[in-house]
Ligand binder design. Structure first.
Ligand code: CMC
Length: 392
């Protein structure tokens, strides 16, 4: 065909039909498989939501038990994979480690590379990936501290096991404050899927070439790293810290964000689809207040964030462009309160987003979608003769 329609950035191009996540950006509605994000964040657990996203229904008690059991028997990673962590310099960014280690999981697992895997075999890889991801994320954190890794304790639920491997000092399991466990569950649930965003689209397009699930999701992790996407959560805290050091002058920073000659953007503000409040930001903002209060933390950065929000939401620049706080605006404040360093934030986003990426990859496979391959309009030089080196 001679005609190509351009839609740079896919601002108005649908790439698939999907039954996973519903998003109404004008009304600020987000639902997973028809269940509102508000109800899920309040009443569910992360692993239950993972089941819902991947298999389409909330699990029964027996299904959930079986799912958790299957995950728990795959939490170990190959001992040789520890050499990866030894090989990375101690200051390596956790996201660089995560994308490479997740990609390497396929290389350690030749069974996953077979073409034409059965649905049961695919399901085994899905379970393995969920299981190993939390171990890998925890070990990346341990590496940053220079501490020995902690092995999974399979009697623990997924989130507690993750906290154990991350914050535990030794093999014995310490009791985690339910406030911390609940906050972690809530944050992971809120990040679990967001329809055809940059990383999910990446996962689908890479998977559409029949690349294995680990390679597809490793690509999604790389897409998430960018500060316009998941990397925004790290960028927000860095911005808030800078504003704090600068004396907390929020008006000045809002003016910078509005100045078209200044590349600075208000991180954690604006969204391609939400032209109203991001419902995730609303839930996280409230959770932020609750958690800091329960943990007895007074956070100056939270006060700056709230002030910034207040000033921005009254400013015609932000009002006209319908720029509201997004999921990343307040999440970092909770991560900090839970004890995570700033450069781990995007890795936590990836841990939460994993079930969504898996569900998107699985749906793309089940829909038998063709290889993703956009067209272009060529605007380069039409034709010319090769010029020998001595004539250039
Ligand atoms: N600060 C200042 N101005 C902004 C901002 C911002 N954060 N976001 C958008 N704008 C302006 C932008 O300059 C443009 O103005 P104009 O019409 O005068 O040229 C207008 O608003 C529309 O923005 P856009 O860049 O065309 O919108 P987009 O849909 O391409 O980009 C976005 C969406 C999320 C990349 C963008 O809003 C942004 O860069 N936000 C800051 C980064 C951020 O918080 N990202 C996390 C997104 S949510 C979670 C996730 O995806 O991981």
């Amino acid at each position: 065909s001679g005609y190509v329609t351009l839609d740079i950035g896919y601002k108005n191009t649908g790439a698939t039909k999907s039954a996973i996540t519903f998003l109404d950006g004008e009304k600020g509605i987000l639902k997973y498989r028809g269940y509102s994000i508000e109800q899920l964040a309040e009443q569910s657990t992360f692993i239950e939501v993972a089941y819902l996203l991947i298999y389409g229904e909330l699990p029964t008690a027996a299904q959930l038990k079986e799912f958790e059991h299957e995950i728990s028997i795959h939490t170990l990673v190959h001992e040789d994979m520890k050499k990866f962590f030894d090989g990375f310099p101690s200051n390596s960014h956790p996201m660089g480690q995560l994308s490479s280690v997740v990609g390497a999981l396929a290389a350690f697992n030749p069974a996953s590379l077979k073409q034409g895997l059965s649905p049961e075999e695919i399901n085994t890889e899905i379970i393995k990936l969920i299981a190993k991801m939390s171990t890998v994320v925890s070990w990346i954190y341990k590496k940053s501290l220079g501490h020995p890794v902690i092995y999974p304790q399979n009697k623990l639920d997924y989130v507690t096991n993750f906290l154990h491997m991350t914050f535990g000092q030794r093999t014995e399991v310490v009791d985690f404050d339910p406030v911390v466990v609940n906050a972690m569950n809530k944050l992971l649930i809120l990040h679990a899927d967001h329809e055809q965003n940059c990383s999910a689209s990446t996962v689908r397009i890479v998977g559409s070439s029949d690349a294995n699930i680990y390679a597809s999701i490793s690509a999604g992790i790389s897409a998430l790293w960018g500060p316009l996407h998941g990397g925004a959560n790290q960028a927000v805290i860095e911005m808030l810290e800078k504003i704090k050091l600068d004396g907390g002058d929020t008006e000045k920073w809002i003016a910078k964000a509005k100045d078209k000659k200044d590349p600075f953007r208000l991180m954690g503000f604006g969204h391609r689809v939400y032209k109203n409040f991001d419902p995730r930001a609303k839930i996280i903002k409230k959770a932020c207040d609750d958690i800091l209060e329960k943990l007895g933390i007074n956070n100056e950065v939270l006060d700056i964030a709230k002030k910034l929000e207040e000033v921005a939401l009254k400013d015609p620049y932000f009002v006209q462009r319908k720029l509201y706080p997004n999921v990343d605006f307040y999440s970092g404040i909770i991560y900090t309160a839970l004890g995570f360093p700033t450069d781990m934030f995007t890795v936590l986003f990836a841990l939460g987003r994993l079930p969504g990426w898996i569900a998107q990859w699985k749906e793309m496979k089940e829909n038998k979608e063709p290889i993703g391959r956009p067209r272009q309009i060529y605007v380069g030089v039409k034709s010319r003769d090769y010029v020998p080196m001595d004539k250039r």
